[in-house]
Design a protein around this ligand. Structure first.
Ligand SMILES: NC(=O)c1ccc[n+]([C@@H]2O[C@H](COP(=O)([O-])OP(=O)(O)OC[C@H]3O[C@@H](n4cnc5c(N)ncnc54)[C@H](OP(=O)(O)O)[C@@H]3O)[C@@H](O)[C@H]2O)c1
Length: 242
């Protein structure tokens, strides 16, 4: 029987690429989305047209604890079991000192840290039965800090930290790892100029931006690496070593 995975924020960009790579490897995909219903339905319909019942889409706002709870229940109904959870969904925006407030705290902490913890708690029992995987998508910028992004970085640093805690708590049946992307895609809705891109690339030893498949291939590597747990893999073209 095919294995099944829940991918949060899976309708577009990196989440979509993770879905495509795992689906191509024969996995059944449970694709979570919030507002990108058109993209989510198009991807799921495409998967199902090529392999019947190989994908579901579930809508949930990760800012709402009740919807997170329902996402857990709905996920378990899809295939009756679960092999992997990829915590990929993320809200990203700057919070300079003047914009540090409760509203921004909630918006950034919920999707990047709180929901991943609650999804892990809700789904660990099912994943344990299948000796499965949890992968958290964090951010290379945790290592050095990202100017004007204190709340986002605090959330991702928390996600790095809980990766190690859950790797201990959920061993030996579940492996829990994280991937820290470097410069992969422009933030949603942002278009960097050629000069801005060149400035970023100058700081990357491999002298190029990454793309979505660099992250989805790392997901596959972790899923297939039976002796790796509690690790944060930097996928950043070497940016973190200079
Ligand atoms: N892009 C990069 O270069 C880069 C660099 C470092 C780290 N990362 C990390 O890699 C992961 C994927 O990056 P990305 O750029 O592909 O992500 P993204 O496009 O910014 O976000 C992925 C999805 O997260 C969902 N989402 C955000 N807030 C949500 C909420 N409150 N409730 C439910 N869903 C929510 C959105 O779904 P809907 O569209 O359906 O609303 C969105 O499409 C993220 O964890 C990000 O932090 C990316």
């Amino acid at each position: 029987m095919s294995k099944s995975v829940l991918i949060t924020g899976g309708a577009k960009r990196i989440g979509k690429s993770i879905a495509e790579v795992l689906w191509t490897k024969g996995w059944n995909i449970i694709l979570h989305y919030r507002s990108s219903s058109k993209d989510a339905m198009s991807l799921v319909n495409n998967f199902n047209s090529k392999r019947a019942d190989s994908a579901f889409a579930i809508k949930a706002d990760l800012d709402d604890p009740k919807e997170v709870e329902k996402l857990v229940a709905d996920t378990l109904k899809c295939y009756g079991s679960l092999d992997a959870l990829i915590n990929n969904a993320s809200t990203f925006f700057p919070t300079p000192i003047s914009e540090i407030n409760d509203k921004n705290w909630e918006a950034l902490i919920n999707s990047n840290l709180k929901a991943p913890i609650f999804l892990i708690a809700g789904l660990a029992g099912a994943i344990d039965k299948n000796k499965g995987n949890i992968i958290n998508i964090t951010d290379i910028n945790v290592e050095r800090g990202l100017a004007n992004h204190s709340i986002y970085i605090a959330a991702k640093a928390g996600l790095d930290a809980i990766t190690k805690v859950f790797a201990r708590d959920l061993s030996p049946n579940i492996r829990v790892n994280a991937i820290a992307p470097g410069a992969i895609l422009e933030p949603p809705g942002v278009s960097w100029t050629k000069e801005q891109k060149q400035k970023i690339i100058r700081k990357v030893p491999l002298k190029k931006m990454g793309d979505e498949t660099d992250i989805s291939n790392a997901v596959l590597f972790l899923i297939e690496s039976d002796y790796v747990t509690g690790q944060i893999i930097n996928v950043d073209g070497g940016k973190s070593i200079i």
